[in-house]
Design a protein. Structure first.
Length: 169
């Protein structure tokens, strides 16, 4: 079943970009995408950003199938020097919060000027780690979702809408 349509995603993404453009004004920002799930949202969001960006990626894995293991492993590290820079993390979904809280600690070691977080989706009821996003696309119930970058067993990332798993056959 479709939970969030591609049109709703695009409308909300433009609104988030307007807010982010307003907040950062003309500052230069290092955008750090969390692979793999954020790649589609990141691409769409960045098209609407009007300040200078440097793009980098981190790959973190905590999920096996449908559930978080709580064990966050970095599979690809930052390649940009973020010392003294504004950093904006782009993530697909904030769930237990363990991924983003680990990544925030990892980035803070490199002494950035600021670190903010953008998430497309937030499942607040699942939170374990004390972490909040600065910009959130949609708050959703505790249902596994896939599509628009998010996978179910590494598939369906290419779907343009966000679906809930219950009707997956
Ligand atoms: P935590 O629990 O660390 O999890 O906040 C964040 C990461 O878990 C993945 N995740 C999902 N992936 N459908 C997915 O395809 C989901 O419903 C879902 N919930 C969490 C996601 O990779 C995120 O980076
Ligand atoms: Mg992810």
């Amino acid at each position: 079943m479709i939970l969030i349509t591609k049109d709703e995603i695009q409308t909300r993404t433009k609104q988030l970009a307007q807010q982010i453009n307003f907040d950062y004004k003309r500052r230069e920002v290092v955008i750090v995408g969390i692979l793999k799930g954020s790649f589609m949202f990141m691409g769409d969001l960045l098209k609407h950003l009007t300040f200078d960006v440097v793009v980098d990626f981190i790959q973190a894995e905590s999920y096996e199938g449908e559930d978080s293991t709580g064990n966050v492993v970095l599979k690809h590290e930052l390649t940009t020097n973020i010392k003294g820079k504004h950093v904006l993390i782009i993530e697909d979904i904030l769930d237990t919060g363990q991924t983003l809280s680990n990544i925030s600690v990892y980035l803070s070691v490199y002494d950035p000027l600021s670190v903010k977080i953008v998430v497309l989706l937030d499942k607040p009821s699942r939170r374990i780690a004390q972490i909040k996003a600065d910009y959130t696309g949609f708050k959703i119930e505790n249902k596994f979702v896939y599509g628009y970058g998010l996978d179910y067993k590494q598939k369906y990332r290419n779907l343009p809408d966000i679906h809930t798993l219950e009707y997956l056959v």
